[in-house]
Design a protein around this ligand. Structure first.
Ligand SMILES: [Zn+2]
Length: 70
């Protein structure tokens, strides 16, 4: 099973977890299901079509400028 990396939008925690098809991942810190999936740990090419924030540039505490942490 693949291991995915997530960032919690609620508390900013970053974590990795197995994702099963029938199991929605939750933040281990606050149990929020409002997660942002990090698509790649190595390379984060800028996929066209969205103004997405840089993958992990801001770290778990955010920088104040990222929409995910507002
Ligand atoms: Zn959380």
């Amino acid at each position: 099973m693949p291991i995915f990396s997530f960032a919690c939008r609620a508390c900013g925690k970053e974590f990795q977890t197995l994702v099963r098809a029938s199991d929605a991942p939750e933040c281990p810190a606050c149990q929020s299901a409002d997660l942002e999936q990090q698509l790649s740990l190595i390379a984060a090419p800028n996929k066209g079509g969205q103004d997405s924030e840089p993958a992990s540039a801001c770290g778990p505490s955010g920088c104040g400028a990222c929409p995910a942490f507002n």
